[in-house]
Structures are given as C-alpha cells and as structure tokens.
Design a protein around this ligand. Structure first.
Ligand code: HEM
Length: 291
C-alpha cells in the first residue's frame, strides 16, 4: 500500500481536522451574530434559489455551510484512517474519531432545521435548535481534539512535565485572551468579530486544558490535574453563557464573571504547582519523527 508523503501522519491530519472544526464553529458563531442565520431565503441545501448566494448575509451563511461540507469530509477521513491504520491508532482514538463522524450528519440536520427546512418547519429557528447545533458542534471539536491528543501518545519530543506545563500555559493564555473578547468584559462590545474571536480562543484554551488534564495523569500530580479538568468544565459553561440561550440579565452576567474568574484561578493555580515539580529523569522521551 502507498504510504503517502513522510510529513502526512494521522496525528497531524487529526490536528488539522480539529483546527478546521474550530474555524467552522467560529464561522457559525459569526453567522448567528451577524443575524445571517435565515439568509439564503431559509433554503437548504440550495441558497437564494440556486447554488450561489445573492447577498452579503447569504454569503456568510453559505460560506459556513461550504466550510462545514469540507470539514465533514476531513472528519470522515479521520475515522476511515483511524480504522485502516488500527496498528498505529489506539482503540479510544478510533472510537473518538468515529463518534465525531457520527455526530457530523446530525449536525448538518440541526443546521437544516435551523433554517426551517425550506419553510417546512416554521419553528426551526428557535433557541432549543440553536442549543443543539452549538452543543453538537462543540462535541465534535472536543472529540477531534481528544483524537489528536491520543494520536500523539508515545511520539513526543518532550517529557510529560514539560508538555503539561506547555498545555497549562496554552489554557491560561487562551482564558485571558477569551476574557478580553468575552461578554463580561465592559470594554468588549461583543460584536460579531469579537464573538467569533471569543470562541476561537476559548476552544483553543479548552484543547490546552484537555491535553493538560490527560498529560498530568502521567505524572503523580492529582491536584493540578483536577484543577485543569475543572477549569475546562467551567470554560465550557462560560462558552454556553456566551450564547443567547438564557436571558443575559445582570445576575447571569455575574455568574458568567464568577465562572471565568474560577477557571482562570484554577489554571493559574495548576501552573503555580507545576513550577515546583521536579522532572522524572527515568521517564523515556520518544522522538517525534517516527510514525
Ligand atoms: C459539522 C458541521 C457544523 C458545525 C460544527 C456547525 C457549527 C455551528 C455553530 C457553533 C453555530 C453557532 C450556534 C449558536 O448561535 O450558538 C452555527 C450556526 C449556524 N449554522 Fe452551523 N454548523 C455546522 C453545519 C451546518 C450546516 C450543514 C448548516 C446548514 C444549513 C448550518 C447552518 C447554520 C446556521 C443557519 C447558523 C446560524 C444560526 C443562528 O442564526 O442563530 N450549520 N453552526
């Protein structure tokens, strides 16, 4: 069987696909925030009576769908590769990629319901459908991130401590950047570009916290591991509060603020604890070039 170019490994392919999904979610958020959700004359899979959009709002929605189609093909490719390359991809990695693939057509159906299935479902453009579309999109991204993290197992050029510190750093910087664009920031107007940026950095921070939580399991460090896991959960809640699923009252804003403050404090605490941990010199470090 032809192996393809040396640089093309499953782990890089999975990481690229997770990046495509992150971009797709930001595009979806931008679509919703600009009010372009019902552009394309509420049609699906056509747009404005044809294949191509006829206005700027239609283009925004159409581009989200186009990106979704390309990303969907990549996600399917990840599952196929995971099963064909059984020897190199772990069982959990295979199932995570497969679940992401199963969720993708469901997500397209939620998208189609969002645009009311050409007017056949007048109540399709509603908060529960938006919530389902957001949650499924987030789950696809989380599964692809997890697939990528698993695919890197045993192929690292850094020890577990350095990797964990790096991942916690990504989580912390991502959380602080997310704060700048977040709904709770009085300086942010939470405009469409700010909303898209908020989700892009929040999802990057989430992937960092997920990686940290996994890699800290290789060290005997329970406290920072629990902290990064809890920070990931809080960040997810913060992202949910960034959508219009509940009325954003002053009380909700305060809860949102608390959630973010707790996530930052937990991640900073984990970084602080890891500063004092000594590296395990007996741990083997693998090269990153073999696949
Ligand atoms: C893997 C595929 C997809 C992902 C990950 C995805 C993700 C998202 C996300 C995260 C949002 C923002 C939801 C929110 O406001 O909280 C969104 C919005 C939207 N998506 Fe998708 N999407 C996908 C496929 C599709 C497809 C195939 C359609 C087809 C019509 C679609 C139509 C829409 C529409 C119309 C909105 C705007 C909803 C609004 O105005 O509130 N999506 N998408």
């Amino acid at each position: 069987m032809t192996r393809g170019p040396d640089w093309l490994s499953f782990r890089r392919y999975a990481a690229f696909t997770a990046g495509m999904a992150l971009t797709l979610i930001s595009l979806g958020i931008y679509t919703a925030a600009t009010g372009a959700g019902l552009a394309c004359a509420q049609q699906w899979p056509l747009c404005d009576g044809g294949v191509l959009p006829q206005s700027i709002p239609s283009f925004i929605e159409w581009f989200h769908r186009l990106w979704a189609m390309i990303t969907g093909i990549f996600i399917l490719g990840a599952a196929v590769w995971a099963w064909l390359g059984r020897g190199t991809v772990s069982t959990r990695g295979r199932y995570a990629a497969t679940l992401a693939t199963v969720l993708t057509p469901m997500q397209a159906i939620f998208g189609a319901i969002t645009v009311t299935l050409n007017g056949a479902l007048p109540g399709g453009y509603s908060a529960p459908v938006h919530a389902a579309h957001f949650l499924t999109g987030f789950s696809i991204f989380a599964l692809l991130s997890y697939t990528t993290i698993l695919a890197y197992d045993g192929r690292f050029s850094r020890d577990a401590l350095s990797r964990s510190r790096l991942a916690v750093g990504v989580g912390l910087v991502g959380l602080l950047l997310a704060w700048v664009f977040a709904r709770i920031d009085p300086v942010s107007s939470y405009s469409p570009p700010e909303q898209a940026a908020f989700f892009a950095v929040s999802l990057s921070a989430f992937a960092g916290l997920l990686a940290a939580t996994r890699w800290l399991g290789e060290l005997d460090e329970l406290v920072p591991r629990v902290a990064t896991g809890a920070a990931g959960v809080l960040l997810f809640v913060g992202m949910l509060l960034g959508r219009d699923l509940v009325v954003y009252s002053a009380g909700v804003r305060f809860v949102n603020w608390l959630v973010f403050a707790a996530a930052v404090a937990l991640t900073a605490g984990a970084a602080w604890v890891l500063r004092g941990v000594e590296p395990d010199v007996s741990e083997p470090v693998y090269g990153s070039t073999d696949d």
